[in-house]
Design a protein around this ligand. Structure first.
Ligand code: EPU
Length: 335
């Protein structure tokens, strides 16, 4: 069914809880419905959202917001080892993770409890605890708004990178309608992330569900519960520095948390930098830096305005720049 609403309240559709609205809201529940929409009748600009868990609305949206309610999970190839499934873009990622872990399939368990929907996860290349969703994506089916036709991308064509993809670079052109996942029955726990490795040091014969439970409890300790405090998860990306930049950041510290990434670059947790600048738990009006994970900005009272969040964001960027000479970039998309 297609739903079209006007002056639609978006409060429940952004996890930051910004009280904003859009001129027109369109929700559809199949790719056929999407293709048959009379696009020219919807006011521009257009914005397609997923679970609204990585967005900061900077004000009311004077255009059309689209949302997918394509919700199916189809197991298309059940091999002895590999299992292929195609999943509608509107399926809640964590419901999919729960289901596949329950079937003993490996691949998605480290991504437990990430808010948001499957389509947006494939656009944003969400990641946590040593896994990025691209690792288990075998293909992405889209509707091309420019050519008005269905297109299928193999994973390399999606040009995935850290919280990035071709879909983000070709902004507004493709609407993801379904994602093909490749999971496995083969025992393959990914425990490189230090917090996880420690928990399971003594254990063999783990199940995907056990890892899922561990990830859920780690996230509960560090990240705000979206049903209690509004946020959009990590607000900034972790900066990737050259060796020389890292040496300059590390000056005067005995140790600086970091890890080496492709090309010999050094990723430094922005959380650490923000904490060094004294912002951990810092509150300004209704906006705050989360006390357990300073990478997360929160709507502390539920009444924060976009201006309050942005002003805190800018203060943090400036402080980190002054102290470390490093420019932080938001991970959260500003609309
Ligand atoms: N840290 C501090 N102070 C703190 C918290 C953390 O200094 O109060 C430092 C510590 O050195 C810690 C390091 O930051 O070891 C890393 O912290 P954490 O493991 O929480 O991960 P992160 O790098 O801050 C990234 C992702 C998260 C993801 C976690 C776990 C980004 C932008 N964020 O955060 O993703 O859950 O790793 O894999 O890459 C999200 O994207 O919304 C998100 C929550």
């Amino acid at each position: 069914m297609v739903t079209v609403e006007h002056n639609f309240d978006l409060s429940a559709l952004n996890t930051f809880g910004m009280k904003v609205s859009c001129d027109t809201y369109v929700e559809y529940s199949s790719s056929q419905e999407l293709q048959s929409l009379d696009f020219d009748s919807f006011p521009k600009p257009w914005l397609h959202i997923g679970g609204g868990s990585n967005l900061l609305f900077t004000g009311d949206f004077k255009g059309t917001v689209f949302h997918s309610a394509i919700k199916y999970v189809k197991y298309v190839d059940m091999g002895l080892e590999e299992v292929l499934l195609t999943v509608g873009a509107g399926v809640i990622l964590d419901e999919l993770v729960k289901e596949t872990c329950g079937y003993g399939l490996w691949g998605l368990e480290n991504l437990s409890s990430i808010p948001g929907e499957v389509g947006a996860a494939a656009v944003q290349n969400v990641g946590a605890y040593g896994v990025e969703v691209k690792d288990v994506i075998a293909g992405v089916v889209c509707f091309d708004l420019q050519e008005r036709k269905k297109v299928i991308f193999k994973t390399p064509e999606c040009a995935y990178a850290y919280r990035d993809s071709m879909f983000k670079r070709e902004k507004g052109r493709y609407i993801v309608t379904s994602v093909l996942f490749r999971l496995t029955r083969k025992y393959s726990p990914k425990l490189e992330y230090k917090g996880l490795a420690g928990l399971f040091a003594e254990k063999e014969n783990l199940t995907p569900s056990e890892i899922r439970e561990a990830v859920i409890s780690i996230r509960k300790e560090k990240l705000p519960d979206p049903s209690e405090i509004g946020s959009a998860g990590s607000f900034f990306k972790n900066p990737v520095l050259s060796g020389a930049q890292f040496a300059s950041v590390a000056q005067g510290y005995d140790t600086v948390p970091h890890y080496i990434v492709e090309g010999g670059f050094v990723k430094v947790p922005a959380a650490w930098m923000i904490e060094q600048c004294g912002f951990k738990g810092h509150r300004e009006g209704n906006a705050a830096v989360y006390e357990k994970q300073p990478l997360v900005l929160v709507n502390a009272t539920g009444a924060a305005t976009p201006e309050e969040i942005i002003s805190l964001e800018n203060r943090i960027i400036e402080a980190v720049k002054n102290k470390f000479g490093v420019e932080l970039h938001p991970e959260v998309e500003h609309i």
